[in-house]
Design a protein around this ligand. Structure first.
Ligand code: GLV
Ligand code: MN
Ligand code: MN
Length: 416
């Protein structure tokens, strides 16, 4: 039986304006956003978020990894809160919606509940998780991972970006307080809205999806060591070219993903040769691998296949190749009951919806792994393109998604 809840309508135009106001922080010439984790621009967006939450009389808490929690008190402070949010950081060539849609939809729900003047039974906690992208400081979903106790705070504070700057040093920008390792609030449920970042909803002409879970991810750091030599006099047959090792390994990773198709994914996103001089055969290369699969077993098979390929390439080319796994996020299903509530409210509002599995990682994964009932809403993404400055969504789809999210959140807020 449906739980009685007040009807609270979000202000769709205000949500859309809010998303585009945050998109100005770090706006790029090509229409995207560059607001990488813990940068000055990230702090600017976070400060704007804190100011807006403070205007709604929400209590602001932060933790040692930089997550921000803004809580609107409920009637009964002993009840676990409903958590809603996502992240404000972006990729280096990011778009306006990846992450921001989730935080700003949560904020829009808080504004609407506040304006409705009805005090929910339990608190509403809007969250902006730190460093979801992992593009600057790996791994991804760092803030939520530390919050969930799945990543060690000390390990994460020591992570360096490519210039050698640590997370701890960047967090030092925020010198306004000594924050707790983690706020103590119990969580009733977690909700996140995000762009799909894939083609399925668009192909099927659907505005939104109810996310049933997130596929498994494994990330690796690879170093390939050969020997620098002159590009001219050194015969092709007596080289230890780390660059060619990287090229061959990249192709092998593509093949491994294809062999585990159609769902396997393998990406080499960073390749840094050294000494990076036109007429020097690369003596070493650093590269990164991102692998994904909905099946944990298949992803493990891919790991073995990549390690085997690295061994063969190393022997063939006289190289040393080290493949180290730096992060693993297992396949994580979301809460079936909450998926059904999304379907219920979508039907009630007349928004077509389908169930969908997520190819991208999300902060909700770590919250679900804490045993908290969790669900996500996806919105249609133009051409399925994200992690790209041209990332685009339709206003009406964002509003449809936020309406359904709001209904499910409000139901939970007013539940005793
Ligand atoms: C987060 O954007 C991911 O890597 O899936
Ligand atoms: Mn995201
Ligand atoms: Mn992303």
């Amino acid at each position: 039986m449906a739980i009685q809840k007040p009807r609270i309508d979000i202000n769709g135009s205000r949500l859309w304006d809010s998303i585009h106001s945050y998109a100005r922080i770090g706006a790029t010439a090509k229409g995207g956003v560059k607001r990488m984790a813990f940068s000055q621009l990230d702090y600017q967006a976070r400060d704007q978020f804190i100011d807006e939450c403070t205007e709604l009389n929400m209590t602001i808490e932060r933790d040692k990894i930089g997550n921000i929690f803004a809580t609107m008190a409920g009637e009964d402070p002993t009840l676990p809160v409903v958590m809603v949010g996502s992240h404000l950081d972006t990729q280096p060539t990011g778009g306006k919606y990846d992450g921001a849609l989730g935080v700003l939809s949560a904020l829009e729900i808080a504004k609407s509940v506040y304006e409705a003047g009805q005090r929910p039974k339990r608190g509403l906690q809007v969250v902006a998780f730190a460093n979801e992208e992992g593009g600057r400081f790996a791994p991804a979903m760092m803030g939520s991972g530390v919050f969930a106790g799945k990543l060690s705070l000390d390990d994460m504070l020591a992570i360096k970006d490519i210039d050698g700057m640590t997370v701890a040093e960047e967090l030092g920008r925020d010198s306004t307080g000594d924050y707790p390792a983690r706020p103590n609030t119990a969580i009733d449920s977690m909700f996140e809205i995000h762009i799909e970042q894939g083609p399925i909803l668009e192909e099927e002409g659907l505005p939104i999806g109810a996310v049933t879970g997130v596929q498994a991810i494994r990330w690796y750091d690879v170093t390939i060591v050969g020997s620098e030599a002159h590009a001219g006099p050194t015969p092709m047959t007596s080289r230890k070219d780390a660059g060619l090792g990287a090229a061959e390994l990249s192709l092998a990773i593509e093949q491994v993903a294809l062999d585990h198709g159609p769902d396997g994914r393998g990406t080499v996103g960073v390749i840094v040769p050294s000494p990076a001089s036109r007429n020097v055969i690369p003596g070493s290369v650093y590269l990164t691998i991102d692998t994904r699969h909905p099946s944990d077993e298949a992803l493990l098979e891919m790991k073995q296949a990549i390690q085997d390929a690295a061994k063969v390439i190393a022997e063939k080319r006289g190289l040393e190749i080290d493949v180290t796994e730096i992060w693993h996020s297992p396949a994580t299903p979301f809460d079936e009951g909450l998926v059904q509530r999304l379907e219920h409210f979508a039907a009630e509002r007349g928004h077509p919806i389908r169930r969908i599995w997520s190819g991208a990682g999300h902060d909700s994964v770590y919250i679900a792994q804490m045993g908290v009932p969790t669900v996500m809403v996806f919105t249609q993404t133009k051409d399925g393109i994200s992690h790209n400055e041209s990332e685009s969504i339709k206003k009406e789809d964002a509003i449809a998604g936020c309406e359904v999210l709001a209904d499910a959140v409000v139901e939970r807020l007013f539940k005793g």
